[in-house]
Structure formats: structure tokens, C-alpha cells
Design a protein around this ligand. Sequence first.
Ligand SMILES: *Cc1c(COP(=O)(O)O)cnc(C)c1O
Length: 391
Amino acid sequence: MSTATASTNLMNNYARWPISLVKGQGNQVWDDQGKKYLDFTSGIAVTSLGHVPPKVTAKLHEQLDTLWHCSNLYHIPQQEVLAEKLTRLSGLDRAFFCNSGAEANEALIKIARRYAQKVKGTDRYEVITFAQSFHGRTLATLTATGQDKVKDGFAPLPIGFVTVPYNDLSAVKAAITDKTCAIMLELVQGEGGVNPADDAWVKALRNLCDEHGFLLLIDEIQTGIARTGTWFAFQQYGIRPDAISLAKGLGSGFPIGAIVATEEVAQAFTPGTHGTTFGGNPLAATAGIATLETMEDEQILDKVAAIHNRLMEELLKLQTAHPDKVIAVRGKGLLMGVELAVPVGDVIAYAREHGVLLLSAGTHVLRLLPSFITTHEEIEQVMTVLNEALK
Ligand SMILES: *Cc1c(COP(=O)(O)O)cnc(C)c1O
């Protein structure tokens, strides 16, 4: 029997599709029945170089034979190398490594509070966040998240968060108090429906932060590491954030998270103020180094742009062919959303039966997260299935 239908000792917290994946190579994955699928989800924006990318795999094999773990009691040279890459690519100054996205956002919130209180000597702690955002599942990050379903049943929630409408400057201004220490946002809301931030709004947020002396925190967990066509999405907005969080695409599937901040903000984390046992261990940091090295060697930004252009062209054709069902096509780079007039779950189920794995963002948005090695033929395969599904 497939494990997909077997009885289980696992908690029931995931609404899983009824297949079990057991093998991956490039953009293909196989289930335990031997059926092959084209993965157009990249494991939710994680396996950006495809599954089991050869150069990353080779480096991990090497590290696996050398040292897995030693704790942050000691210097970890791989962290230095990865931090150099991330700061060079982002124009920020210092990195901290952890194990997941939620943990990266916890660090972002903690550094913002500690900066306000210990570096600036104020009593500020409040973070302004946005409706439809997603920042993670820990108590602080689910409180920061602008979706009620994520908070349901977890009261009491920590204080210090206020959520206002996205792309609305007057709402942000009205939410500012003498306790505000930061504004935190995604530049393309991923889980919340693939909603890009307006250019002028983001610039205005930067100005607001400068004016009032609080921090602009960008959650780049889904948008970062070339996903939106630049190394980080903020680079398309002509702003420099005070700190960013990273995770999903950073390790090609090996768990790793990070925050990267300016020198000024990084001062807030002094020895003993924050930490994690596993964060940035030699294996995880190696996965990050190998991922970024491969992306740089292969001029991945050009590839993302080319795949985006092709995909966009095809999605607009899809919209023309199904004007009553395709309401909008939006997104940046290879984080694309197709808003449908029909429930997206039916389309995803149809595609899966026909060998294509797709993802949603809410009930009516199809979220496309192809890898950066996606071919024209693979885009055509997806379009064929989508055309049939929408008939
Ligand atoms: C996935 C995601 C998170 C949470 O990351 P986890 O690794 O699941 O904890 C936070 N923010 C954004 C924007 C995400 O896409």
C-alpha cells in the first residue's frame, strides 16, 4: 500500500495531497508507485536549482565526510564564507544563521526590539505588519502574520504587533505610535496570494522609517535568493532595508535560515543575546555556499529573467484563451500568481493527475514557483495541462 493512504502516527496538521514522493532529479519527482511528475512548486520556493542539484550535492557529500556539527561555541569557517556572499550580494553588512524561516523572522523581530531598546535607548517594541502577510508559525511570527486562520486557537498572542492593509500608506501612518520600532513586510506576498508591493509605497515606507527612526524589515524568505529575478526583491525597489530574513531558497532544500542586517542594526546582537544550537552548522552553511556559488557561476539572474519572460507570455495566452476563468496574472521573476474565478484546488488536483505539481496561494490563486532550470518544453507541458484543466 502507498504510504499516502496508510494509517499514520503523524499529527494531522498538514492537508496533504494523496501521493508520497520518494525521488527527485532536476525538475522531475517520482512517487512511491513510480509515477513521474514535473515539479512546478520547487518544494515551495526551496529547490530553486532543481532536485538534487549536482554541484550542491557534491559539496554536501564532501562536508558529510568532514564535519557535520560543532555548535556555535566555535568559529565556523563556512558561516564566514556564506556571510561574505550574502552581504556582498545584498549590500548589507552582517549575517546571523538559523534553521528556518519562522526562526529567521523571530530573529528579525528580536533584533528590531533590541536595537530600539539597547542601541537607541528607547522603550519601543511595536512592529507594523500587513494584511494577507505570512511570516511563520512561531508565536511571535504568527502574530505578525496578517491572516486570522494562522492565529486561530493560539491565544493569548504576544503584544507588540499591529496589522494594517497592504499598499496603503495612510493606514501605516495612522498605525504609528510612540512604541513603533519597525515595519515588516514581504515585497511580494507569497502565501497571501502573490501580491506585489507598489513601488512608490515601498519608497514611502523607507522615508517614513528614516523620518521616525524605526527599522524597515523585509521578509525575503520566499522572494530572496534570486526567486523574483534579483538576488533580493528589495533590489527592484531602489531601497536599502535595515535587515532582511532568508530561508527557503538558501540551502537548495537543506534547512537553513538567516538574517542579514546593516552594521548599525547588527550592533544589537552582542554575545549571549541570541543564538541557536544548529544554526549555520557546517553542513547547512555548505549547502548555502554551494547554492549561491552555483547560482553565480551559472548567471542565474539571466536565466530567471528568460524563464519569467517565457512563462509570462504563456500565462497571458492562457488568460486570453480563458477570459472568464483567468482574472489576473501577477508576480515577479519566478514567483507568479494566476488569479482564477474557479477554486484553485480543482485545477491543482487535475494537474497532479496529469503529472504536474502545482501550488496555491489561498483559495483562488494558482502559485507558480518553477525552478531556475525550467525549460521551454516544461513550460509548454504545464500550459497544456492548465488549458485542459480550465476547459
Ligand atoms: C515560508 C515563509 C515563512 C516561514 O518559513 P518556515 O521555514 O516555514 O518557518 C515566513 N515568511 C515567508 C514570506 C514565507 O514564505
